[in-house]
Structures are given as structure tokens and as C-alpha cells.
Design a protein around this ligand. Structure first.
Ligand code: HEM
Length: 400
């Protein structure tokens, strides 16, 4: 593999994703600011360039708007409402709107508010582990995913029983903006899910007000109007479930695959914190942060014109040997560990504190010595352009 093969890589080719870590390493070494003809965007893979990019004020977060500009005029007209909807998501907006929403939502996720949730998260993790004990189990389906779902439903004050419906909306809303180029058919499906989300938020807001549940993300942004409420709900459904299900699943699979490292955590609870950071670095769930150049700008040593779409690969940055000695080695004692798994800058993950609590309690359940967790087969992985996650983690939990 050389510079030539790196330059020819296209992320619209599923084969490119099959050899995930090697592909990213190839780009980082030979073509760190890569023009990808298939998706019509730049892909940036070195830690220093990604870090600088996330602080670069010439770059906007309004990726979906630039993405929808690629639709023809009829498509743009048909999906106009959808465009405005995405523009109200915090993650896809710029200041001053972004700052206003973030300030309101932060109230719900202060360190103290997050810490108050720890006992519930621990209890859920233990309950799920106990329920999975003594038989063959897929830890993604029976531990990681349900833990993430329960915690986000609790945060949003919504019934767990409604989750199946929410997960369909969440999947549709993300599917449309996850393809290399906009597909109108997926846009129509996303539009239906958007309408369903609006109806739900209207009803939920009334109910939350009646129950006095003001410490809720939907009501936290009420002063900014209904569009902000709907977008915030959607942002939490998507941002609060898929990456954390993936992060917990990836952490469980990685620790089970490295028994000596798991033993270190089992013997010393103070290693839980550094272990979870290493899991996020080693198998980064949310892999890409998309931006759009507002003006001509420089990324790495490449001059990019205004309007360029740029994908910062935090997954590639997290294995950059310039920053992480022996980057392909998983080691729970790694410090410092300046991974970019939660992003950086103005859009740094607002759920990072909660995600760390969930990961810590998941790792504790795995390592606390109440039961012995053993792999019972090889995990399967799905690597889409934006998310890397285990799909199944076959295992057995035996009581000790
Ligand atoms: C381990 C799990 C998680 C990972 C890996 C993760 C990753 C990320 C990343 C990389 C960003 C930055 C995106 C950007 O700069 O464009 C982000 C933003 C965000 N995350 Fe997370 N996240 C996780 C869990 C959560 C949870 C549990 C929540 C909700 C409680 C959440 C809510 C958000 C929100 C609302 C933003 C947008 C912040 C903003 O635009 O200001 N995330 N997340």
C-alpha cells in the first residue's frame, strides 16, 4: 500500500470500510488530507490536523445544509421542512443559535445532575447483567443497548415501552444524512419521521409541564421555540443512544478480548476511569465530525475553497502514532490519553459526563468480581462511515 492506493480510496465503496483500522492508517500515513471523489468531501486523519480543525473558526457545523444543497430544485422544495429541522439541531448549527441552545441544555447535564443518575445507572447495569447470567448471551443486545436505552429514556422522561417507535424515527433521521449523497427516497422517509417527532414533542411537552418535570431537555429550550424543542428531542434520541450503545458494546468486546487488561481493572477499581478512556480511543464509536468551509481556509497544509465539505476522522486521529505511543495496543493504564472521542471545541459532546458514568458502571459490572464474564465466540462489527460498533458480542456470564 502506498500514496497512490491511499489517494484512490473512496468511502462510498463498502470494501473501503471492511478493513477499518488499516484503511484509516493508510490515509493518515500517505494522504492525511484526502479528497474523496466518491463522497465529494475531504477526509482529515492526523490528530494535529483534526484538533486544529475542530477549533477552526472558518469552518461551520451546518453539514446537513451543505449536503442538501446537492439535491435538485424539486428535491430541495419537497424536503424544505427537513432542512430547517436539521438546521435547529445543536450539533449542526453555529452560534449565536448554537450557544443559546447549548446554554439552556447544559442546565440538565451539570456534573451534579449527572452524578445523581449514577446509582440508577449502576442498578440498571447490575440488573441487566444478573438477567443475562448462566446462559449464552449476546451482550450487545442484552446489555449494552438496553442500558443505553433505559438511561436516555430516563433523562428524557419518556416511557421505555415507546422506545421501539423512537428508534425507528431516530434511524430514519440519521439514515438520510449518512449517505455519501442525498437520496430523495430516504429524504421522504425521514420527513415522515420528522412529522411523527413533531406530534410526539407537542404531546410530551404538555405532559411534562403538567407533571412539573422542568429539568428535561425539551422544556429546557422552550423559550427558544418549538423548532428548537423538536430538534433537541431528536438530537438526544440519536446522540444519546446510538453512540453510547456502541461505546458500551465496543468497551465490553475490547475488554473481553484483552483478559490481562481486564484483570488489571478487576484488581484495581481506580483503573476504571483510564480503562474507559482507552476503550473510547481504541474503538471510537462516533468516527467522523463533519464541517463545511465558510471561507477559503487551510486544513493540514492543503488550501481548501469556501464551500468545501470536510470530514474530520476522530477515529483515525485516535490511533495517530505521533500522539499515542504504540497506538494499536490496548492498554488500560494509558496516560495521558488525549483522545478525541467526544470531539473538541464549541461542540464538545454535551453528554460526555453521562456517557462516562454509563461506561464506568458498565465496566464495573464487568470487572466487579460478582460474576465471571467470558467471551463465547467472536464479536461481529459494523463500520459505517460515521459509526463503528459491535453488532454482536457472544458471551457467558457465570456466577462466582
Ligand atoms: C460514548 C458515547 C458518546 C459519544 C462517543 C459521543 C460523541 C460525540 C461527539 C464526537 C460530539 C461532537 C460532534 C461535533 O463536534 O459535531 C458529540 C456531540 C453531542 N453529543 Fe455526544 N456522544 C456520546 C454520548 C452522548 C450522550 C449520552 C448524549 C446525551 C445525553 C449526547 C449528546 C450530544 C449532543 C447534544 C451533542 C451536540 C453538542 C453541541 O453541538 O454543542 N452524546 N457527541
Amino acid at each position: 500500500m502506498n500514496q497512490d492506493s491511499a489517494q484512490r480510496l473512496r468511502f462510498d465503496d463498502p470494501g473501503t470500510l471492511a478493513d477499518w483500522h488499516n484503511t484509516l492508517a493508510l490515509l493518515r500515513t500517505h494522504d492525511p488530507v484526502h479528497w474523496d471523489e466518491g463522497i465529494g468531501a475531504w477526509i482529515v486523519t492526523r490528530h494535529a490536523d483534526v484538533k486544529a480543525g475542530l477549533f477552526n473558526r472558518d469552518l461551520s457545523s451546518r453539514g446537513p445544509s451543505a449536503f442538501m444543497d446537492l439535491l435538485d430544485a424539486a428535491g430541495q422544495r419537497e424536503l424544505r421542512e427537513l432542512r430547517s429541522f436539521y438546521e435547529h439541531w445543536m450539533v449542526f448549527s453555529d452560534s449565536p443559535y448554537h450557544e443559546r441552545v447549548r446554554t439552556c441544555v447544559q442546565r440538565v447535564l451539570t456534573p451534579r445532575a449527572v452524578e445523581r443518575r449514577r446509582a440508577h445507572v449502576r442498578e440498571e447495569a447490575r440488573r441487566l447483567a444478573d438477567a443475562a447470567t448462566g446462559r449464552p448471551v449476546d451482550l450487545y443486545a442484552e446489555f449494552s443497548r438496553p442500558l443505553a436505552v433505559r438511561v436516555i429514556c430516563d433523562l428524557l422522561d419518556i416511557p421505555v415501552e415507546d422506545w421501539e417507535e423512537f428508534s425507528v424515527w431516530s434511524r430514519d433521521l440519521i439514515a438520510f444524512i449518512s449517505t455519501p449523497r442525498p437520496e430523495p427516497a430516504l429524504g421522504r422517509i425521514a420527513l415522515d419521521s420528522y412529522h411523527a417527532t413533531v406530534d410526539y414533542v407537542r404531546r410530551a411537552a404538555k405532559d411534562l409541564r403538567a407533571r412539573g418535570l422542568v429539568e428535561n431537555p425539551i422544556l429546557a429550550v422552550e423559550d427558544l421555540g418549538e423548532a428548537a424543542m423538536v430538534a433537541t428531542f431528536a438530537q438526544f434520541l440519536t446522540g444519546g443512544c446510538d453512540p453510547i450503545s456502541a461505546a458500551i458494546g465496543n468497551a465490553v468486546a475490547t475488554l473481553l478480548a484483552h483478559p490481562a487488561e481486564l484483570r488489571l481493572v478487576r484488581d484495581d477499581d481506580t483503573l476504571v476511569g483510564s480503562a474507559l478512556e482507552e476503550c473510547l480511543r481504541f474503538e471510537t464509536p462516533f468516527t467522523i465530525i463533519p464541517k463545511v468551509a465558510r471561507t477559503d481556509t487551510v486544513v493540514g497544509d492543503v488550501h481548501l475553497p469556501a464551500g468545501s465539505r470536510i470530514h474530520f476522522s476522530i477515529a483515525a486521529a485516535n490511533r495517530d502514532p505521533e500522539v499515542f505511543p504504540d497506538p494499536d495496543r490496548f492498554t488500560v493504564t494509558r496516560t495521558p490519553n488525549p483522545h478525541l472521542g467526544f470531539g473538541l471545541g464549541a461542540h464538545y459532546c454535551i453528554g460526555a459526563g453521562l456517557a462516562r458514568v454509563e461506561l464506568a458502571e458498565a465496566v464495573r459490572a464487568l470487572a466487579d468480581g460478582r460474576a465471571r464474564w467470558q467471551p463465547a465466540g467472536t464479536p461481529t462489527w459494523v463500520s459505517s462511515f460515521g459509526l463503528r460498533s459491535v453488532a454482536t458480542v457472544p458471551a457467558r456470564i457465570e456466577p462466582v
